[in-house]
Design a protein around this ligand. Structure first.
Ligand code: ATP
Length: 330
């Protein structure tokens, strides 16, 4: 199958800053694909290169099998939803959504129909006459979506589109976005620094750090089998055990990831001392100091929580320890 987007050895350097550094990436038709990484890791730059707002220093951007590296943004079959929505305050909602068709030269009745259809798609039918200032944050976000969708892009690019919403609304919009993507059947490329959001929404995801893709895979693959300490820590705050400890436990001298929720209290395991406790509501997280390492342990609600300073023994299933092939670099 032809990839929707293919980045081939793409770099974008700003002076000495390697914002995007030799990235190879393939985004499939119809998939929900996330670019996940901390602030400054190159996600937005990557998205801008796909949109055509910026050009790579080297490498090529292919869209549906055609080299688009030099194609201007408006000639690419992609559209972008920006984090700040970028709505025109002096235009009403319908005019905002109809802006693209207007620039394209569609006649009035056509753009009105297209705008109303796009507004229906995001459950904002009937809001066409309002000004953006008369909408809630979530509604403004939907107008921004409608404005991108009205052009019928084959790929929708979303740059932290839910960043400005409160947690409850954010969760609701996550569900709606995902449902919309399924309904439209087009690829969504979703930039986020929120690992839970990327895990819950993506078909596949690329984890970025320092301009490079650290790991690419399904949420399950990335979560269960992190290839690098950075990925283990950034996605799900895993414990990264040092080689000496892993060698003693498994005979193999390499770093390993161990998820906090995989650890239980038991006897005959790794011993340590409880250094801190954090009540999280649905669970309690404790930090256990053991052999110079701090292990995070997530105890589900209802489990017995040891006191700070208590000596404990930690156990886990053998397959919970995931030895990592990669290092921090590359
Ligand atoms: P955030 O989540 O904070 O938006 P990001 O992962 O999207 O971060 P980018 O915006 O892609 O990161 O930035 C990657 C790096 O490139 C950063 O170090 C940033 O300062 C740098 N950078 C981005 N755009 C420019 C520019 N126009 N000029 C110089 N440096 C830039």
């Amino acid at each position: 199958m032809t990839a929707a987007i293919r980045l081939k050895g793409v770099s974008r350097h700003f002076g000495s800053v390697r914002a995007v550094d030799d990235v190879d990436l393939e985004i499939r038709e119809g998939e929900f694909f996330s670019l996940l990484g901390p602030s400054g890791s190159g996600k937005t730059t990557c998205l801008r290169l796909i949109a055509g707002f910026d050009q790579p220093t080297s490498g090529a951007v292919e869209i549906f099998g055609t080299d688009a590296t030099a194609t201007p943004p408006y000639r690419r079959p992609v559209n972008t939803v920006f984090q700040d929505y970028a709505l025109f305050p002096h235009l009403n909602v319908r005019e905002n959504v109809a802006y693209g068709p207007k620039v394209r030269g569609d006649p009035g009745p056509v753009r009105r129909r297209l705008a109303d259809e796009a507004l229906d798609l995001v459950a904002l039918g009937g809001f066409g006459d309002r000004r953006p200032s008369e909408l809630s944050g979530g509604q403004r976000q939907r107008v921004a979506l409608a404005r991108a969708l009205v052009m019928e892009p084959r790929v929708l690019l979303l740059d932290e589109p839910l960043g400005a919403l409160d947690p409850k609304l954010r969760e609701q919009m996550q569900g709606e976005l995902k449902a919309l993507q399924r309904r439209l059947g087009i690829a969504f490329v979703f930039v986020t620094h929120d690992q839970a959001e990327a895990l819950s929404m993506s078909d596949r995801m690329a984890v970025f750090n320092e301009g490079r893709v650290q790991q690419l895979g399904t949420p399950q693959e990335v979560y269960d089998r992190p290839q690098k300490p950075f990925v283990a820590d950034f996605v799900g705050s895993s414990n990264v055990l040092p080689p000496e400890m892993v060698e003693r436990l498994t005979g193999k001298a390499a770093r390993a990831s161990l998820r906090p929720e995989s650890i239980r209290m038991g006897s005959g395991g790794v011993s340590g001392t409880v250094a801190r406790r954090y009540f999280l509501g649905s669970a309690t997280r404790i930090e256990v100091a053991s052999e110079g390492v701090t292990l995070n342990v997530l105890l589900p609600k209802g489990s017995e929580v040891p006191a700070t300073g208590a000596d404990v023994s930690l156990v886990w299933e053998a397959d919970a320890l995931h030895v990592m092939p990669g290092d921090d670099h590359g």
